[in-house]
Design a protein around this ligand. Structure first.
Ligand code: PLP
Length: 394
């Protein structure tokens, strides 16, 4: 019988402590680092194979056995995932490089790939008995939590920087969330959210502070493999804030190989951040295992305005294991790249998506990416809500 999860336990990504999975957990109780879901991949590979996916629903839930939810009655879905992988032919001509693909995550519910993580995390939180959910967010995660909490009938509390563009706030409110506007950055939002957690008995669904958002985001790796017919591209360029997507895809590739669905070839993973907030880029090039908090973080790409990421060591590990790299680009190049991308593809990118093109241009220029290498740029969100930057640039 298909349709059940092969989740077996949780494991700390730092100290390898093992925990039973049928309970709500946040960080590792022993060392305070992120927990990762582990599956019985041997059993799973006997139960399901690539051919079984062919007539499944076009959402991330097609990888049902490799997701943590036990009972479909708790599934909270709005049609997330299985987004198009678009060949950008006009961009290829313009940039004299082929092939270039765009993974178009702007088509997700609530307009960004945050939908993936929150569909799975909210489903699992519902299954394990949470009543009220809380999240600090630069914008997109708040919209996604609001949407999935509404669909699940759970209470949502979103903590946003007071200067977040208005469309994000409007969307959260229409979706019935309690909006808390905080002076400062996402780290200050995190602090405010934490103070209310125990007081009101809410469950924290911050990036990598519970183990299942990454499980939703890892499906980007499953989809790339499926869309490339069970091979992987040469280079993946990913706009990195908290890093869930990058760490999730790296985890997915390991699982896929153990399942026997792909071989051992891996893409080189590239982190792009803004020069105004580039803690991972700095730590990568300094050879550090952990990143130092970035002072006075500032960038037009709100999703990249993450001065300290709790999963920093997991991001840095994935970059190094993949023989990838990390690139910081100035906001001026990010903005310019959104226009180049938009005009050559018909996709209205989030600035974070523009950042991946800006990074590609630099890597092409330096010879790090060579002609003929298949490159995937992640447009992680739709541009529509970033009203402030378009007011200033169009
Ligand atoms: C959150 C966000 C990011 C960063 O994602 P992580 O997986 O946390 O690194 C990138 N782009 C957009 C549009 C986002 O909303």
């Amino acid at each position: 019988m298909a349709n059940l999860s092969y989740l077996s336990y949780l494991e700390c990504g730092w100290c390898a402590e093992k925990l039973e999975s049928n309970k709500l957990w946040n960080l590792c109780p022993k060392c305070g680092k992120p927990l990762l879901a582990r599956y019985d991949l041997e059993e799973a590979s006997r139960a399901v194979g690539p051919k079984d996916l062919l007539n499944r629903e076009p959402t991330l839930w097609r990888y049902r056995e490799l997701l943590p939810l036990q009972d479909d009655a708790h599934k909270v879905s709005l049609g997330e995932g299985f987004t198009p992988l678009l060949r950008a032919r006009r961009l290829e001509t313009e940039l004299e490089h082929s092939p270039i693909f765009i993974k178009e995550e702007g088509l997700n519910p609530a307009g960004s790939f945050k939908a993936r993580g929150l569909s799975v995390a909210v489903s699992r939180a519902l299954e394990l008995g949470a009543k009220a959910l809380s999240i600090p967010s630069a914008g997109n995660a708040a919209c996604a939590l609001s949407a999935y909490a509404a669909a699940a009938g759970l209470e949502a509390h979103v903590y946003l920087p007071a200067d977040v563009p208005k469309p994000f706030i409007n969307e959260c409110r229409v979706l019935g969330a309690q909006v808390h506007l905080i002076e400062g950055l996402i780290t200050d939002c995190g602090k405010a959210a934490r103070e209310d957690l125990e007081k009101y008995g809410r469950f924290d669904v911050s990036t990598l502070k519970e183990p299942y958002r990454i499980e939703g985001k890892k499906t980007m790796g499953y989809e790339l493999a499926e869309q490339f017919n069970w091979t992987l591209p040469d280079v993946i360029i990913y706009p990195t804030g908290g890093g869930t997507g990058l760490v999730g895809m790296w985890k997915a590739f390991e699982e896929l190989e153990k399942l026997g669905w792909i071989g051992s070839k891996r893409p080189r993973m590239v982190t792009v951040q803004s020069e105004g907030c580039a803690p991972i880029v700095k730590a990568f090039h300094q050879g550090q295992e952990l990143a130092e908090p970035w002072p006075n973080a500032s960038t037009i790409a709100d999703g990249l305005r993450v001065p300290a990421a709790i999963g920093d060591f997991l991001i840095l590990r994935a970059l190094r294991e993949s023989r990838g790299t990390a690139v910081a680009v100035p906001d001026s190049e990010i903005l310019q790249a959104t226009h180049v991308l938009g005009k050559a593809t018909g996709i209205w990118p989030a600035p974070e998506g523009g950042a991946t093109l800006a990074a590609f241009l630099r890597l092409k220029q330096s010879g790090w990416v060579r002609e003929g290498e298949a490159v995937v740029l992640f447009n992680t969100g739709n541009g529509a809500k970033y009203s402030r930057i378009w007011d200033q640039s169009s």
